[in-house]
Structure formats: structure tokens, C-alpha cells
Ligand binder design. Sequence first.
Ligand code: ADP
Length: 604
Amino acid sequence: MNATPVTARVAGVRDDIVTIRLMKDDEGEFFALVKNEVVYICPARLPADGRQERLQAEVLRVRHGEADVQVFENTRGVSIGDVVVQSSRLLSVALGPGLLGQIYDGLQNPLELIAGQHGFFLPRGLDVDGIDQQQHWAFQPLVKIGSRVKAGDVLGKVQERRFNHKIMVPFNLRGEAEVTWVQEGSFTVTTPVVRLRDQQGQEHEVCMQQFWPVRVPVNRDLLRAGYSERMYPHEPMLTTIRLIDTFFPVAKGGTACIPGPFGAGKTVLQSLISRYSDVDIVIIVACGERAGEVVETITEFPKTPDPKGGTLMDRTVIICNTSSMPVAAREASIYTGITISEYYRQMGYNVLLIADSTSRWAQAMRETSGRLEEIPGEEAFPAYLDSAVRALYERAGLIRTNDGSMGSLTLIGTVSPAGGNFEEPVTQSTLRTVKTFLGLSADRAYKRAYPAVDPLISWSRYLEQLETWFAEHMDKDWVPQVREMLLLLRKGEEVQQMMQVTGEEGVTLEDYLLWQKSQCLDQVYLQQDAFDAVDISVPIARQRDLFRLLTRSLENLPALTTKELARKHFVHLTSLFRNLNYTRQDSPEYQRYWQEIEALGKPH
Ligand code: ADP
């Protein structure tokens, strides 16, 4: 074992919460321990192979002379009196080149490496470096001896897959420092590449890897010191999914929530968003999935072709936890994902984080809170659920980094409310926080109306917030037009309700036309076929063309004097639009369908 002094011993065990009793130092004071510090529990009872296990745990609560810690491992065999050693660091992740393409568990253990060495999951009491310590990276300095730098400033760069990975001054350095030494060449992430002298005259060695505590935003100190700045999101993160980009946009640096009743197409939608969104880097946190799904993700994802070339894995990091892992690791995984996302944002990249599902994260929090016997709030969730959800989503955002680049972190969280009950606390807290709600509905999935996002329950505050962007890049009155189409859907639904009672005959011709229009809008614009090579991804310019043509066609109807004529007209119109959607824009057929649609609108 190592020489770290023993500062505490186990005093009680309740599942994965262990109470430890602090020991006293030479002066008779208890050893200092802080909340969120990592400690290791070393069970006296050794496993069959005789290895001394070190179980990683995080301090949740410190009382006089005692602390409750959550253990990220199974606590089988841990007994009263077992030795506890402190790490003197908060629960942290390693940040540096080599993160991209990795698949980690919630504590940044690389799963593929472990799979190779230990079978799928890590044996208890081992942890593996998050970043390969042997790999060499060609470091190109961008500062010279004598350069003055501050936290977050760029010291140099390395090429990581297709990205220019900026090596930055540690984010917690205080004040200005002077570069006293720098070297260029190929090094491992733990080799010093720059030396800095801070204002107190103290020397710091900087290597390409730095650690950062996961529960603290990477840019907290940078924002406070004014080195980096939070900006108001001003452009959409385009997904090439019509329903999202046109009707329920998500801003770059914004937040969104997708609730997923089972089988409503949540997996397909998430995979479309991660493949086609105009972001540089995608981080996926799969929190509490069944083990089978995790294995599937790990084997399938690296093979998924990236529309930008190469495979998706080149610009992705996956954090995976199965529901069989201890709850504490599940709870931590989301923070690991956010911290890695913030790190790439700080380099000026557009990062998308998909957290699936935040309900499982909240459930983990509930279990832990229960074991700590905290005062429960609604449905036994901790009373701080709301603020925890808010704090999570607040880590999204658009920032100007130290060197003036813009970086964004867009956070899309899924919730999985039991029985599709949106009234439950996690969904409610999330809805109060996020600015886009993409309400997947089992009903629409049942009708095979994909993506099965219900336009009548979904909303996006960004439609308003990004109005200027849409006016500049789409049409001057884009947002009012979109609103009008949303209203049409609503009215169409009302007529449909009426018709369910009275039949087609029971509604006026005018109402019937309304209903036909809304159906057409739904079928040719909202619905999009993920299994068609063209329709799967529709660039925003094509969305604009289609939206213009469609709104024109719905406004300029020929004389439709009977319901029968109306029905025939819309059957024809819808099928022409469908054909158009399946056709490449540069093909002659596209022109032909376009003209046929225009001709249909003219009075006969
Ligand atoms: P969930 O993850 O919500 O359980 P999936 O995403 O696996 O559901 O979707 C279930 C099925 O629905 C898919 O296998 C597919 O056949 C169909 N589906 C889902 N989304 C789409 C889509 N956008 N386009 C076409 N089919 C879809």
C-alpha cells in the first residue's frame, strides 16, 4: 500500500453509504476533511487474490469528528475499523488530449481498455487512468519565455483526431503568471511542457493533462475573473430535423428536454440529433441503462458513419453506466460528462451533451439522500431536487473564451417519467428549467408519425429568442409564419376532435379544409423519414424552400367546393410533397415535383 497516512476508520456501513470516524493529529485536532473530497476505503478482509482493494468514495457530509461518504463500488465485506485514507482532492476528471473516442464509466474508467484486460466491467477497487499516460502528442507551443498568461489562456496545441486541441493554463491559477520555460516536441500528457511563475513568485509545471473537480463548472474562476464571458445564445443548433429546426428550435448553448415513453422513438431521435447537429463534439451520458444496451452502444457507435466524414466516434465521448453499477457512480456520471463538455467548449468548440436519462440521475440522488436520512421532498426526492436540476442545466451556455473564440455547450436531457406521467417532480423541475420541450408521444409513435414529437404539447422559447436570426437567415416574417402554422395544427386538432363525435358530415366545409391543411402540414413537414437517405437530414436552406412552398400551397387553394374535391386535392398534394421530400434537390425530378405542386395551386 502507499504511504498516505491513515486519517480515519470505518464506523458504520449502510449499503453504499459508509460513516467514517476521523482520527486526531499530533495537536489533538481532527484531520481536516471537506465535502466532495475523495477518500479510499481499504477493507481489511482481502479478496481471494490477496490484493489490497481501495474503494473510491466521495465525502457527502462532514460532522464533528465524523463523515458520511458514498462509495462508488460495492461495499461487500467492508467492516467497522477498516482503514480510510484521504486523497486531498475533490472528485475530479482528467482533462487533456485523448478524451475523444473514449467510452468511460461514470468515474472516467475507460471501458474498452478494461474490457480487454478484465472482462467487461472493472473488478472492485481498481481504477484506471482516464487518459492514456503512454501516448505521445506533438506539442506546439504558442507562448514564449516571458509571455504573460492567466488561467485558461492557450499555451500551445496538439492535434487530436481532427481537432486542434488547445492546451490551456490550469483553470484555477490565480492572477497573471510569466512563462519561464517551454519545450516543443512529442510528449506524454504527464510530461511538463511549460513552467509558469505566478505573482507570488511560485513556479508551476504545466503538462497537457489537468484535473478538474466535476461538481464545479470548468469556467467558474475564469468567469469570475472576467477572462471568459457568458453570452446570450443567438443562433440555433441546427439538427436538420424539420420539426425541431423550424418549429421547436434549440439554441447553440441552449437547453432542451425530451421525455421518452418507451418505444416512442427516443433512441432514434437522440442518434439523429447526435449525428446531424451542427456541432463539433458530442458527449453522450447514458445513465443507468440496462447492461445490454450499454454493450450495444459500445459496439454500434464506433461504426456509425459521421455525415461530416470518418466515424462518429472521432468526435464523441460516451459515458456509460449500467443500472447494476452503484447509484453513486450513476449520480457522478452526469457531472463527468458535463465537465468534459465544458473543457472542449473552453477551446472554442460547439459541444452537444445528451444526458439520458436525467430521471435515473435524480433517482440515484434520491436513493443517496434517503440513506443519509435527509428530509424528503415530493415523492421522496430530496428537497433540493429543483436547485440540483437547475444547477445542472445552468452549466450549458454560450461563452466567449479567453482568446475571443466562441464556444457553446448545448444540453439535451431526456426524462423517463414512470407511466408517462409528466406531473412527477423530475419532469416538472426540468420543464421549469429548460427552454425547449420536445414532447415525444406514444400516441404519435403508434400512428407511426415520426419523429413522434407531439407539436401540440411541445414548445421552444428560442423561437422568440432567435427571432432576429430567423429573420436574417430565413424570411423576414419567419417566426410569425411558423406561429401561424402551429395555430393551424391546433385548429386542425379541434376539428378532428369534433369529427370524432359527429363524423365528417358534422363539420362545415371550412372546418374540413382546415383539418385537411393541418394533416398535410403534419404529414409532409413535421413527419420525416429516418429510413430514407434524403429525408433523413434536411439542411435549413431546404427547410426554408419547403416551408415557403408548403405555406403557399396551403394558402392558394383552387376552388374546392365539396369535401370530396378537397379530399382528392389534398391526397394529391400530400403525395407530391412526399415525393419531393424523397428526392435530391439537384435532380430533375425535384424540379418536376416542385412545378407540379405549384400548378396544383392555380385555379383550374
Ligand atoms: P425508444 O428508444 O423510445 O424505445 P426507438 O427509438 O428504439 O424507441 O424507436 C422504436 C422504433 O420506432 C424504431 O425501431 C423505428 O422502427 C421507429 N422509429 C423511431 N423513430 C423513427 C423515425 N424518426 N423515423 C422512422 N422510424 C422511427
